[in-house]
Write a protein that binds this ligand. Structure first.
Ligand SMILES: [Zn+2]
Length: 374
């Protein structure tokens, strides 16, 4: 019923890696394409012109795949229709330093659309990097630590209630004296995955649990905490203490899994490890692989449908303290933000020409389609 998505995508990636000139397209090539008609039957893919943009094919093919899953359930047909319209064309401007620069696209904004999630995470990362770069200037002695909070996996039918309970528990946590003493700002994201196989030690194979994979969910918070220097002295909170505090705020009688990590600045390195840690935190609400996992199986699809119902309109991003304005809420993100995410250090100034690329699922990605050039 479904295309062998992984193979298509992998073939795409392989194809591009083998064939594509890593350089950006030359001005001559762009002039030639823009000024001439494409011969009948000739396809010029976006990926063949601009290697870094081959990632568009990967994400957009995944959107099609998720759309097909939604299309099988009349309750979610509307999502499927919206996703089929998502980023159907991309219009790029050109400059010689950076090559193709995206100028126009329309996004569907369905929560579990892979393409939209990707654009939003790019935006969030860009905003967070900017905030980080600013804050280390104004608060040079503050540090960032990374906290992951979980609890026992609830049945997928109880996910909404569990997430609301976790939110309330978080509100209790941030009012605790120990928390307030050292933490000066925070950014929190919610991730929901399928439960992982407990026999898969250290999650080496990232296997989904064969028993609870379709019946339960694994909701967790990823949190970036900005702490003042006292955290590494008198206000230090050990991992075990974080566990006790979280258990207490959750009002549960077992010890939940908690992970706390400090990113140590790397001497002499341009990137102090923060960017990687930020990227880890600001990722998809649900991994694309978890959405499409075992999609031929109706029980597996039901898990995803229930996830969609249970998370309807819930907010998955929250901020506070000195990081209050670090991110934008879903509702505040504009289509324009998703076009120019600000994630590359590139010049976004381009010429006025607009080169159009249209998505063709049957061709495995975006193809140059000058009929809609501007
Ligand atoms: Zn979309």
């Amino acid at each position: 019923m479904f295309p062998n998505h992984a193979t298509t995508v992998n073939e795409n990636i392989k194809k591009h890696n083998e064939n594509v000139d890593k350089n950006i397209p030359s001005a001559e090539l762009i002039d030639f394409l823009y000024d001439n008609d494409l011969p009948e039957g000739v396809d010029v893919s976006l990926a063949s012109l601009s290697a870094r943009d081959s990632v568009w094919d990967t994400h957009r093919l995944h959107t099609s795949y998720v759309s097909k899953i939604y299309a099988l359930n009349s309750e979610f047909e509307r999502y499927s229709e919206r996703m089929d319209e998502c980023s159907g064309f991309l219009k790029f401007g050109y400059n010689e330093d950076d090559g193709l620069v995206l100028k126009q696209a329309g996004f569907c904004r369905v929560r579990h659309c892979t393409t939209c999630q990707w654009r939003k995470t790019l935006l969030w990362k860009a905003l967070m990097y900017q905030t980080y770069d600013r804050i280390i200037q104004t608060h040079p002695t503050h540090r960032f630590i990374f906290l992951t909070l979980t609890l026992k996996n609830p049945p997928i039918d109880d996910l909404r209630e569990t997430l609301q309970h976790m939110n309330k528990s978080w509100q209790r946590l941030i009012k605790r004296k120990e928390f307030m003493a050292a933490v000066k700002g925070w950014v929190r994201t919610t991730e929901v995955t399928r439960p992982k196989d407990p026999k898969d030690k250290d999650k080496k194979y990232k296997r989904v649990c064969p028993i609870t994979g379709n019946t339960h969910a694994h909701p967790h918070f990823h949190v970036i905490l900005m702490v003042d220097p006292s955290y590494f002295g008198r206000n230090y909170i050990k991992r075990q203490r974080w566990q006790e505090l979280w258990a207490d705020c959750l009002r549960i009688d077992y010890m939940p899994q908690v992970d706390i990590r400090t990113v140590k600045p790397k001497k002499g390195a341009d990137d102090d490890g923060m960017r990687g840690a930020i990227a880890e935190t600001l990722k998809y609400a649900t991994k694309p692989d978890d959405i499409t996992h075992d999609a031929e199986n109706p029980r597996s699809r039901d898990w995803f449908y229930e996830l969609t119902r249970q998370t309807y309109r819930l907010r998955f991003v929250a901020t506070g303290g000195l990081l209050k304005d670090a991110l934008k809420q879903d509702d505040d993100i504009t289509n324009e933000d998703m076009i120019d995410t600000g994630n590359d250090d590139e010049t976004t100034e381009t010429d006025d020409r607009r080169l159009n690329f249209t998505f063709y699922e049957s061709k495995g990605g975006y193809m140059y389609n000058p009929n809609h050039n501007e």
